[in-house]
Design a protein around this ligand. Structure first.
Ligand code: FA5
Length: 322
């Protein structure tokens, strides 16, 4: 029995079979246990001899079992170590990282420039009321200037804001002067697209209201902004423009290398007294300036991008360049 059992044991190479072997040979109903139980029927002398042999066999089998168990688990460990070995000399796989959209990068530069000049950042709703998008900006129903902003109506009087200017009134309604805020955000217009016009784009609105603010403050702030974003070399041009919520109104352009002309980047002006009065500010006491600039146009000028439609067409060959 011992010979056979040890022979079988040497063939076993997994813990399940090892357990079966233990139960079959050494278990409570196992073969050796059976023999040792049978001792009771033998006479004293035989019992002594067989008993001694049985104990020797039991010790040998138990030792064999323990050793086989150790061998099997060592072999397993060696196998796992081999399978999971890491070759630290292999070159790493490159990680595919995302990057910030060019509009986001430029928006951050723009907001940083104004924050450094003491402006705070606020945001507002993209779905807006006619009341804030037009009425509070001195553009009542039927005013011809409404045609300057081709509007996507959600359901009258609710619309997708055509500019960030509605936030002028929302901010002034909630705080008293002095006001110095910028408002980055998305705008929408029902327009045909071309190289410098998208139907959805960003704007950054700016508003400063206090006692004694003049047109010189407007120009100084915007020149400083242009200097921070474009350096001192690029040319800046102001021209008269008309927006019903400012008086006087201007637009500001930057000279464009890639298109050999000027690109208009913002509208601006002194806040119209009617807008100030509309939110309950005293126009005799307070004056202010406002502007609304286009980050995509600024990114075009900074990076020499020739068509605004690249921005949101999701072509990775374009996006990977930033
Ligand atoms: C406005 O939207 C006024 N709210 C700006 C303003 C604010 C004037 C405060 C006075 C005081 P305008 O439609 O010109 O104005 O747009 C302002 C800027 O937004 C433009 O100079 C341009 O940079 C950007 N912009 C306008 N339309 C588009 C468009 N379709 N695609 C991309 N950028 C545009």
């Amino acid at each position: 029995l011992t010979q056979n059992a040890l022979q079988e044991l040497s063939q076993i190479d997994n813990p399940d079979e090892l357990e079966q072997w233990r139960v079959r040979i050494l278990g409570r109903r196992g073969e050796l246990t059976g023999i040792l139980r049978g001792l009771a029927q033998l006479d004293l002398e035989e019992r002594r001899q067989v008993g001694a042999l049985g104990n020797q066999a039991k010790a040998a089998l138990e030792e064999g079992l323990e050793k086989r168990g150790r061998d099997i688990s060592e072999a397993r460990l060696a196998q796992v170590a081999d399978l999971e070995r890491i070759d630290v000399t292999l070159p790493g796989r490159p990680v595919a990282t995302g990057r910030l959209h060019p509009t986001t990068q430029v928006l951050r530069e723009i907001t940083d420039a104004f924050v450094a000049m003491g402006f705070s950042i606020v945001e507002g709703p993209e779905v807006e009321w006619d009341h804030y998008n037009f009425e509070m900006l001195n553009i009542p129903q039927g005013h011809p200037a409404r045609d300057m902003w081709n509007t996507l109506w959600v359901d009258y009087p609710m619309l997708l804001r055509t500019h960030t200017s509605p936030m002028q009134a929302r901010v002034m309604e909630s705080v008293q002067p002095p006001v110095r805020v910028i408002v980055p955000g998305k705008c929408y217009r029902y327009e045909a697209t071309d190289a410098t016009h998208e139907w959805h784009f960003y704007q950054v609105e700016g508003l400063a209201v206090d006692e004694g603010i003049t047109f010189a403050d407007l120009k100084g702030t915007l020149y400083e902004f242009a200097r921070r974003l474009f350096g001192t070399e690029r040319k800046v041009r102001f021209r008269c423009d008309y927006f019903p919520f400012v008086e006087p109104g201007v637009d500001m352009s930057i000279d464009c290398f890639s298109c050999s002309g000027w690109i208009e980047i913002m509208g601006a002006g002194m806040v119209h007294p009617r807008v100030l009065a509309g939110v309950g500010y005293d126009p005799e006491k307070y004056t202010g300036f406002a502007f609304g600039l286009g980050p995509e146009r600024i990114a075009m000028l900074k990076y020499g991008i020739d068509d605004i439609r690249h921005f949101y067409s999701n072509d990775l060959r374009f996006l990977r360049q930033f």
